[in-house]
Design a protein around this ligand. Structure first.
Ligand code: DSN
Length: 421
C-alpha cells in the first residue's frame, strides 16, 4: 500500500507571522528527523489537523446539544453530537461527554460528579505509574480528597489484586481508580470491578494511555461495565489534544453538570470536530491493525533492550510502553539518559520506577513507547535498530561528539519513514 504523506497548509501564517511559522516548521522537522519514543504522543492525520484549524473555534456554545446558552449553535450541535455518538459506538459507552479540555480536568469533573470533598478514594501512586490526578499530594486530587495510594508488588512490579482488595477493605473508599500513565502491563479491569462491588466503591478508570488499544480490542475495554471512564484523545486514540468522559446512563447527568457548569465554560468546538474525526478513524480496520502492531513493536523493542543488558520494569511489556531502569543497568540517571538521547535525536521522558530511591525530577528510569514509530510504518525488525540507537546513546552519554554523529544516523534512518511533508 502506498504510504500517505500529510501536508500542513500554512501559506497565510507564513505571510503574516514568519516567527511562528518558522517555529512550527522547525517543530515539524524535529518530529520527522527524530525517533519519538514518548509513550503519550501521537501523529495526527491530515483530516484531524484540518478539523483543528476550522471556524468552530470562533463560537461560544456553553451547554450541550439542543440546550445552549448562546444562539447560533445549529452546526456546533451537529459536530458535538457526532463526536458523542462516535465515542459511544467506539467504546460501547452508554453516555459520553466530549467537552473536557484535557485529561486533568476530565478527572477533576469525574471526581466532582462521584465524590464529595473529603471523601476517600484509591488511585495508584505517581512513582509506581499513576498520574498526579490519581491522588498525589501536590495535586487537587490529593488535597480535596483523602487519597489512599496503592502500589505495585515489590517483586513482580505488577498489580497485586489481592493486596489492592485488602487495602480497599480497610480504606472503604468511595471510588477506586485504575488506569495509569506508566504501567507496562495489561490491567485486569474485571478484577477492579469485583473489588469495587465488594467494598461498595464507584469503579472508574483513566484509560488515557491505552484508549486506542482498548478501542481496537488489543487491551480489555472497561467502558461497558465501569461506572465512569476518562481518557485523553491525543495519545493512542490519535486525536487532537483534549479528553472525554464516558459513563453509565445513571451517572450521565452528574458527569455533564460537573463538566459544565461545574468546571468549564465554552467547549472548544474545533477540537471537538477533530475528536469526532479521530473517533471515526479509530473505527477503521487500519486502526486496529496499527494498534496490534504497536504492541508487537513494543514487545520487540523490549526484547532488543533486555538482550542488550537493560533491565525493564516487570521484565517486559504487554502494551505500548516500557520502563527501563537505566540507573541500575547503565549507572546513569533517568534525567541524564533523557538528555543524552535527546542529543542523539531520540526523545523519551525520565520516569520513576517502582520503589524508586531517586526523585521524580531525576529518577532511575526512562519511559519508552512505540505508538509514533508504528504510525510511521516501523515494524519489529526496525525495533532492533531503534534498540541499538538507544543503547549506543546511553553508552555514550558523556560524549557529545558521538551523540551528534548518532543524531545524523538517526535522521537518516527516520527519513525512510516520512509522515508529514
Ligand atoms: N503527561 C501525560 C503522559 O505523558 O503520560 C500524562 O498526562
Amino acid at each position: 500500500m502506498e504510504k500517505k504523506l500529510f501536508e500542513m497548509h500554512l501559506d497565510y501564517l507564513k505571510e503574516q507571522d514568519n516567527e511562528i511559522f518558522d517555529a512550527v516548521i522547525a517543530e515539524k522537522n524535529r518530529q520527522m528527523a527524530g525517533i519519538e519514543l514518548i509513550a503519550s504522543e501521537t501523529l495526527v492525520s491530515q483530516a484531524v489537523l484540518e478539523a483543528l484549524a476550522t471556524v468552530p473555534t470562533n463560537k461560544y456554545s456553553e451547554g450541550y446539544p439542543g440546550k445552549r446558552y448562546y444562539g447560533g449553535n445549529e452546526f456546533i450541535d451537529v459536530i458535538e453530537t457526532l463526536a458523542i455518538e462516535r465515542a459511544k459506538k467506539l467504546f460501547g459507552a452508554e453516555h459520553a461527554n466530549v467537552q473536557p479540555l484535557s485529561g486533568s480536568p476530565a478527572n477533576m469533573a469525574m471526581y466532582f460528579a462521584l465524590m464529595e470533598q473529603g471523601d476517600t478514594f484509591m488511585g495508584m501512586k505517581l512513582t509506581e505509574g499513576g498520574h498526579l490526578t490519581h491522588g498525589h499530594k501536590v495535586n487537587f486530587s490529593g488535597q480535596l480528597y483523602n487519597a489512599v495510594q496503592y502500589s505495585v508488588d515489590k517483586e513482580t512490579e505488577m498489580l497485586d489484586y489481592d493486596a489492592i482488595k485488602k487495602q480497599a477493605q480497610e480504606a472503604k473508599p468511595k471510588l477506586i481508580l485504575s488506569g495509569y500513565t506508566a504501567y507496562p502491563r495489561a490491567i485486569d479491569f474485571k478484577a477492579f470491578r469485583e473489588i469495587c462491588d465488594e467494598v461498595g466503591a464507584h469503579c472508574v478508570a483513566d484509560i488515557a494511555h491505552i484508549a486506542g488499544l482498548c478501542a481496537a480490542g488489543v487491551h480489555e475495554n472497561p467502558v461497558p461495565y465501569f461506572d465512569a471512564v476518562t481518557t485523553t484523545t491525543h495519545k493512542t486514540l490519535r486525536g487532537p489534544r483534549g479528553a472525554i468522559i464516558m459513563c453509565r446512563q445513571e451517572f450521565a447527568e452528574k458527569i455533564d453538570k460537573a463538566v459544565f457548569p461545574g468546571l468549564q465554560g465554552g467547549p472548544h468546538s474545533n477540537v471537538n470536530a477533530a475528536k469526532a474525526v479521530a473517533f471515526k478513524e479509530a473505527m477503521k480496520p487500519e486502526f486496529k491493525e496499527w494498534a496490534r502492531q504497536v504492541v508487537k513493536n513494543s514487545r520487540a523493542l523490549a526484547e532488543a533492550l533486555m538482550s542488550s543488558g537493560l533491565r525493564l520494569v516487570s521484565n517486559g511489556t504487554d502494551n505500548h510502553l516500557m520502563l527501563a531502569d537505566v540507573f541500575k543497568s547503565k549507572n546513569i540517571t533517568g534525567k541524564d539518559a533523557e538528555t543524552a538521547l535527546e542529543k542523539a535525536g531520540i526523545y523519551c521522558n525520565k520516569n520513576t520506577i517502582p520503589n524508586d530511591t531517586r526523585s521524580p525530577w531525576n529518577p532511575s528510569g526512562i519511559r519508552i513507547g512505540t505508538p509514533v514509530l508504528t504510525i510511521r510504518g516501523m515494524k519489529e525488525t526496525h525495533m532492533q535498530e531503534v534498540g541499538k540507537f538507544i543503547v549506543t546513546a546511553l553508552d555514550n552519554a558523556g560524549d557529545d561528539s558521538k551523540l551528534v554523529q548518532l543524531k545524523s544516523k538517526v535522521a537518516k534512518f527516520c527519513s525512510d519513514f516520512p509522515f508529514y511533508k
